[in-house]
Ligand binder design. Structure first.
Ligand code: IPE
Ligand code: IPE
Ligand code: MG
Length: 251
């Protein structure tokens, strides 16, 4: 591919099939953003919320993106200092409350991916209220991955399948890829076409392990608080030039 030398494609002229229908984002680098400015890490997280707002609104406005999945907290992030975790929990609850008008105005339907167990009740209550408030919305789906881990999700799916087999509701030879996908928290949502990671790290960090098998990966060195509408456009423009093969040949 010669994406580096070609001028960016105009989003206005992009044919519908060239748009990513589902974008997933590993929103990384809040801490580094703050540390580079001599600020406490918490300020990076705070600024990160502004990027979440801008990117969510823009993704909904663009009209072609059916789902946006944001990695907000991983199941491994509990290893962080309690002070940071307390701040993140408070911020999550606040975000759930503050974003309700934006979610309503943009016809966005919110869901949560991740284990509920381990999250404080007050945070879950605000998440649930926002999900409920948006449940009849028909526009873009906003999946918030909170206390999410790809391996945990697969483990939970396998437990469910084993229980169904044990109960006699399922025979082992009925287990296929579709059945497994239907037991994941992303059931019914097409796999991400485009996986974005900010802050330059070249790893998946336990995000959507099953679902990203054929996602196109786009990494920027920008930290998440610096990610804005223009960065999202760049990612989509680059994606639109990718040739997706799914193991086959393009002839
Ligand atoms: C991403 O930013 C936000 C969360 C994981 C909650 P980080 O907090 O991981 O920022 P860095 O990677 O330390 O810069
Ligand atoms: C991934 O970022 C998790 C989220 C963005 C929520 P991390 O900062 O936790 O990832 P690692 O530890 O660098 O792999
Ligand atoms: Mg990080």
């Amino acid at each position: 591919m010669t994406a580096g030398v070609d001028p960016p494609l105009s989003l206005a002229e992009l044919p519908p099939e060239r748009w990513p229908k589902h974008i997933a984002i590993i929103m990384d680098g809040n801490g580094r953003w703050a540390e580079r400015r001599g600020l406490p890490r918490m300020q990076g997280h705070q600024r990160g919320v502004s990027s979440v707002r801008a990117v969510t609104e823009e993704a909904a406005r663009l009209g072609h993106i059916q789902a946006l999945t944001l990695y907000c907290l991983s199941s491994e992030n509990w290893k962080r200092p309690q002070e940071e975790l307390d701040f993140l929990m408070q911020m999550l609850a606040r975000y759930m409350i503050d974003e309700r008008p934006t979610i309503t105005q943009n016809n966005i339907r919110v869901s949560m991916l991740g284990r509920r167990c381990g999250l404080p009740d007050d945070v879950l209550a605000e998440v649930d209220k926002t999900i409920e408030l948006s449940s009849a919305n028909t526009g873009m789906r906003l999946n918030l991955a909170i206390n999410y881990g790809g391996r945990a999700e697969l483990t939970d799916a396998m437990t469910r399948i084993a229980e169904e087999v044990e109960a006699g509701d399922l025979a082992p030879d009925q287990i296929n890829e579709q059945l497994i996908a239907d037991r994941l928290t992303t059931a019914g949502i097409p796999d991400p076409d485009l996986l974005i990671r900010t802050a330059g790290e070249l790893r998946i960090s336990n995000f959507l392990l099953w679902q990203v098998s054929y996602s196109e990966i786009w990494v920027t060195d920008d930290c998440w608080p610096d990610f804005d509408e223009a960065t999202l456009h760049r990612a989509i423009q680059d994606y639109a030039r990718r040739e997706r093969r799914y193991g086959g040949l393009n002839v």
